[in-house]
Design a binder for this molecule. Sequence first.
Ligand SMILES: [Zn+2]
Length: 367
Amino acid sequence: MHPSSLFRDEGFFKEIYKMKLLIKEVFDMRKQLEDIRNISEKELQEVETIGQLENLRVRFLGKKGELTAVLRGMGALSAEERPLIGQLGNEVRVFIEDRIRETDVVLEANDRNKKLENEKIDITIPGKRSNIGKRHPISLIIEDIQDIFIGMGYEIAEGPEIEYDYYNFEALNIPKDHPARDVQDTFYINENIVLRTQTSPVQIRTMKNKKPPIKIICPGRVYRSDAVDATHSPVFHQIEGLVVDKGVTMGDLIGTLEVFAKSMFGENTAIRLRPHHFPFTEPSAEVDVSCWVCGGKGCRVCKNEGWIEILGAGMVHPKVLEECGIDSEIYSGFAFGPGGERTAMGRFGIDDMRLLYENDIRFLEQF
Ligand SMILES: [Zn+2]
């Protein structure tokens, strides 16, 4: 075809026009692909988490992603242009994939370092203090009393809190009609079984199982059917003592109680015995100590009397020894029984027994 005829050929212009469109199309697609590459590169630099990275991957490379959308437009291109754009598209894809992989490696490493940083143990940080609590005032008193008597050669003896009527009453010379057996005072499980009202049954069990000499103290809970008030509780503690041997006298009892009183309440403490009656001891006495606050002059704690009652005591009744198979012609003994609550209240100046059972930490922490 002669060149001059080309310009008059309508078909030729159409071709040129089509080419121009295509060139524009190709140019646009190039631009779009380059934009995608630049934007993805910039945004990938700002990614901080694996999650954000995955979002970007979907946004650019996913099935509905930006790169995929551009490449879908390739269908409109000529057979010559298609491979060029295809190649460029592929380069952009590889470029983004590489950046994602690199970023992924960096993020993983950061994560790992952060974890290691968090798990690092700083051995210079002070340790955590654990709250180990404190001993209860009654436990403190029972331990003090035990220590005093262990120091004098006594052994600790224990027995059941659910006890036979026989050990709790009968063997202790408390007959069926004695006021101490009144149902008002005793929790009966049945006719023959009670919640022990004293720790004395432990003494009976010991005397029945062991030959003298016997030197024991019996700490433990006892039960009486009393209403709760400032000085009464249906559950309380006794720490009874028993000595049985040849030639044991009232003088030994008094000497023992003096040592106990001085150890417990101070070197200047005096004791006083007042005659009393217990079925299981003869003679029996209630024992007072001189007030550890005023020294005997009279004060609020001793109710101006100068003396405070701390326990009952006496010489073991011969009937009780015989009941346990101990010859009362050869052996004699004494028994005494301070109460855990009463001693704790006196020693610590507590005026209401209920405070000991309410388990208010603010109260218990003071001892
Ligand atoms: Zn006093």
